[in-house]
Design a protein around this ligand. Structure first.
Ligand code: GUN
Ligand code: FE
Length: 441
């Protein structure tokens, strides 16, 4: 058989930690093991117990590292890997000056294939095993992304960006062509292996009312698909949106009017919200997505995590590369911690690691498959070394608790702290495929 037993210190979450030391929310096994087979987790428990249960199975000894469910990035733009770190602009200028010109290059399927393949390797290097990505407007960019994910059997969600105005000609579809291409992609990919489709109107500014209406039709016809767009990231963006949709009561009212809101809807940023919009998030179950490195980089604003949570709204957290400045979910937590500090809010490491694993899985409605180490779920696992660098090792020498170790990873960790990443039970980092460097141009 293809079974393997991973040995190490095991941490997984069963609920969101309610307080700093909420022992009921997580399971920690000091000398633990995870039995993998057929791409799934077969059992999680003490090494002693599992090694007696499966004596013939080869053991990979990851001690003294921590084993956790693979990280989940709920908002990333794959055509922007060469936009990351573009200087000086806020959102609308950044889109026009850097991002839109770059995305036109994804009209070339060969370019899209190279970048998709590179990104899968990069995500694995960072311990990220699932991502929810925006592709470009081009149908072939989605093909390239899902194909690259399928080669590694990664659980990935993406969609063709729908955008028919206020962008360069080369990046515009039409209400009909955007609808048709989305339909074809859903038929070809949604539910095939680990692929999931997200209906993806970019944001209100780049879609005509006719296009949002077609997007709403897609949502009604494919209720099992995710929906992703951007909301209230930047003050100028909000003003422009309201000028384009003068009848709308507020920004979120635009998406409401076209039937785009529900529990499967992911709303990138959601920073500057009116009370009615917050009520609407709570009522529809749509999920705000916090993108801390991006919000700081573009000077967009501070996400009100505590305020939204107090209303019972479930949030996700994400990199938003290429406005985000790191592929690492650990570095994303580092910046998230600081954004919340500026508002007098706290991000405890137990909640932080719940967020990037089970929390994001819950936001996606996928907690029965990923973000967990329960038997029968998918074998996506990250192996973390909290002493990977000298600064981390020095700090760890003074650490006494699991929470301290997690906080070192949260504040100082990056891909160097990721010792290994398993996707569908297969090691991706040291064990097998290396991150391939694309040709630079
Ligand atoms: N709003 C619309 N498109 C984008 C994008 O590509 N990045 C960010 N950060 N915001 C957007
Ligand atoms: Fe974004």
């Amino acid at each position: 058989t293809d079974q393997v037993l991973l040995r190490g210190r095991i941490l997984s979450f069963t609920a969101e930690p309610k307080g700093p030391e909420d022992r009921t929310a997580y399971r920690y096994i000091e000398d633990g093991a995870i039995l993998l087979g057929g791409g799934l987790i077969r059992a999680t428990g003490s090494y002693d117990q599992l090694s007696r249960q499966a004596p013939a199975v080869p053991v990979v000894d990851h001690r003294p590292h921590l084993l956790m469910p693979g990280f989940i990035d709920t908002h990333i733009h794959y055509p922007q890997v060469q936009v990351i770190a573009s200087w000086g602009a806020q959102l609308l200028d950044w889109l026009n000056s850097y991002t839109f010109p770059e995305e036109t290059r994804f009209a070339d399927p060969a370019h899209a294939e190279v970048m998709a393949e590179w990104l899968m390797g990069q995500l694995c290097a960072q311990g990220t095993t699932t991502a929810v990505a925006y592709a470009s407007v081009h149908e072939a960019s989605v093909e390239a992304f899902f194909s690259a994910a399928a080669r590694r059997d990664m659980r990935m969600i993406t969609g063709k960006v729908m955008m028919d105005r206020n962008a360069p000609e080369a990046l515009r579809d039409t209400p009909q062509s955007g609808y048709d291409a989305s339909k074809r992609l859903i038929a070809r990919w949604h539910g095939k292996g680990r692929a999931g489709y997200a209906i993806t109107p970019r944001f209100a500014i780049t879609s005509s009312p006719e296009q949002l209406e077609m997007a709403g039709a897609l949502v009604a016809e494919h209720p099992d698909c995710h929906v992703q767009t951007h909301l209230s990231e930047n003050r100028d963006e909000i003003a422009y949106t309201l000028s384009l949709y003068p009848e709308a009561p507020d920004y979120l009212g635009v998406y409401e009017r076209y039937g785009l809101l529900g529990p499967k809807t992911l709303l990138g940023h959601s920073i500057h919200l009116e009370p009615r919009e917050i009520d609407l998030l709570a009522a529809t179950g749509a999920k705000p997505v916090f993108c801390p490195t991006s919000n700081l980089f573009l000077g967009s604003g501070l996400f009100d995590d505590a305020g939204l949570r107090a209303r019972g709204i479930c949030n996700a957290v994400a990199t938003d590369v290429g406005a985000g400045t790191s592929y690492s979910m650990l570095q994303t937590l580092n910046e998230a911690y600081k954004v919340l500090q500026l508002q007098g809010q706290k991000l405890h490491p137990l909640r932080a690691f719940h967020w990037i694993t089970r929390g994001n899985a819950v936001a996606l409605g996928l907690e029965d498959r990923i973000g967990t180490l329960e038997p029968g779920t998918e074998a996506d696992i990250v192996v973390l070394d909290a002493s990977a660098t000298e600064p981390m090792a020095l700090r760890m020498a003074r650490a006494q608790t699991l929470s301290e170790e997690l906080f070192v990873l949260q504040m100082l960790g990056d891909e160097r702290a990721v010792a290994e990443t398993y996707v569908s039970g297969v090691p991706q980092k040291r064990g097998a495929a290396r991150v391939r460097q694309p040709e630079l141009h």
